[in-house]
Design a protein around this ligand. Structure first.
Ligand code: UTP
Length: 460
């Protein structure tokens, strides 16, 4: 929508309070206000409001939920052979420069409460490397190993884009070629009250939120990056979230399974700790593969019953591979992912300008909603301790402390498995991705050496 049209549009949608506020602003500030409105999809927010006003959300929850097929961790000789085959296939994809890596980093990280984008948080146990540094160094190590030039795509939000880019520049892109790191920004959607009013954030901004991690698939298209990747011959996109330092970026085995299944959308899952763990459940939802949010499960649902042999054991950890042709298809007639509504309480300026609490609707799309839209999917089991330690909360479960410990524990395990290290209990250990990307590479590097680790250790 053009800048000049935004105020008329708000008027047509009975946004009296916003219009009155706008009329009281100086011409300069009015201009700024209109400029800030420009990037917001105002027609979409009113459409969503209308749609959800009459919606019975209970009706959206699937009626029939069944366990879905999953490639579990290999145990039998034939499963191991299949895994090796997958690795060969995946490595070929990397060598042929068919794979791009996307890290979504546009979230607000409100539970974590860190000043600044989560990606710059110093998470590693010894060197205090940031999440962005860990991902960048992993891509750099993969480039070396496969003689590839993997593009690293970082999705930011309007709120953190400048800081993220400055951080990469100040750190010389952590050794990556700056031309191979691509930033793109997701859209923001205004929040709206149940009775259809937009609210102010400050004098010249409406209250708005990033449009969810699913917005990455829309923004990738809108930014032109998607067609650029396709034109350059890339076929698949590895998707990871910035808040998981253990994500095995562009895992060749996962890529291979994805390729062999001719999958359009693949995901990794792990065994849920128990039925109450707040993690999306992977299942067949009314006959189609999908992920159901913990909060959408009805009390008494089968998925909420635990026990040793939990029937619905698979929790999604937001690690995906998507074929680029599928992402193109999602965007070909508008954007196909459905929007979800969350009800939130925010602090916003009231009539008299003083902060007051307002209950608002926030709309987002989720990347995993692409699953039921894909023609073919593939799901692979992994181990929590190898691949999932999200940094979500300021303290306690899923915090920086638990992630740091999980990183160190993983490296200690690799060292012990390599058979050539004695590690004192509780000592933090860190291995640079450029030293070893996996236990096999570590074992190869350490051949003939015995390490005795008694204090904080970093292998580079
Ligand atoms: P979360 O769902 O945990 O949200 O994001 P969050 O915003 O980071 O944290 P809270 O809920 O406010 O505490 C999971 C991943 O998806 C990305 C986040 O950056 C994180 O990597 N994300 C989330 C986006 O990129 N954009 C969004 O709009 C939402």
């Amino acid at each position: 929508m053009k800048r000049a049209e935004t105020i008329d549009f708000l008027s047509e949608h009975n946004q009296r309070r916003i219009i009155q506020h706008y009329q009281r602003l100086s011409p300069d500030k009015q201009n700024l206000f209109r400029r800030n409105l420009e990037g917001l999809d105002l027609p979409l927010i009113f459409k969503l409001h209308q749609e959800f006003s009459g919606k019975n959300t209970a009706a959206l929850v699937p009626v029939d939920i069944q366990p879905a097929p999953i490639i579990t961790v290999p145990k039998t000789p034939s499963e191991l052979v299949f895994q090796e085959k997958a690795c060969v296939e995946g490595e070929a994809l990397l060598r042929e420069n068919r794979v791009a890596v996307l890290v979504v980093a546009g979230g607000q990280g409100s539970r974590f409460g860190f000043e600044g984008p989560k990606g710059i948080f110093p998470v590693s146990p010894v060197k205090k490397k940031s999440l962005f540094q860990l991902f960048s160094e992993t891509v750099s190590a993969l480039n070396c190993r496969y003689r590839a030039a993997i593009p690293l795509l970082i999705m930011t939000s309007r709120e953190n884009d400048g800081t993220v880019k400055d951080f990469f520049r100040a750190n010389h892109f952590f050794g990556l070629d700056s031309g191979a790191v691509f930033f793109f920004t997701q859209e923001m959607l205004p929040t709206i009250t149940a009775d259809g009013n937009l609210i102010l954030k400050d004098e010249t901004h409406l209250f708005a939120n990033p449009d969810g991690h699913g917005g990455s698939l829309k923004a990738l298209h809108k930014s032109g990056l998607l067609s650029e990747l396709v034109q350059k011959g890339f076929s698949d996109l590895f998707y990871g979230q910035v808040d998981n330092p253990l994500v095995k970026i562009a895992d060749p085995v996962f890529l291979g399974y994805h390729r062999m299944a001719e999958s359009e959308f693949s995901l990794k899952v792990l065994r849920r700790r128990n039925a109450a763990e707040k993690i999306g459940v992977y299942a067949l939802l009314d006959g189609k593969p999908g992920v159901i949010e913990y909060s959408d499960l009805a009390p008494g649902s089968d998925c909420l019953s635990g026990g040793e042999d939990m029937r619905f054991w698979a929790g999604s950890i937001a690690i995906h591979i998507l074929s680029l042709s599928f992402v193109e298809r999602l965007n070909c007639q508008g954007f196909s992912l459905p929007y979800h509504r969350a009800v939130k309480v925010v602090e916003a300026p009231g009539q008299d300008g003083k902060a007051e609490k307002a209950t608002v609707w926030k709309f987002e799309t989720f990347v995993f909603d692409g699953l039921p839209l894909a023609a073919r999917t593939c799901c692979v089991e992994t181990f929590r301790e190898e691949e999932f330690a999200p940094v979500k909360n300021r303290q306690g479960e899923d915090s920086a402390d638990t992630a740091r410990k999980a990183i160190s524990d993983r490296f200690r395990r690799w060292l012990v498995e390599a058979g050539s290290a004695v590690v004192a209990p509780g000592v933090p250990v860190e291995i640079s991705p450029r030293y070893a990307l996996d236990p096999a590479e570590l074992a190869e590097k350490l051949k003939g050496k015995t390490l005795v680790i008694k204090e904080d250790t970093y292998l580079e």
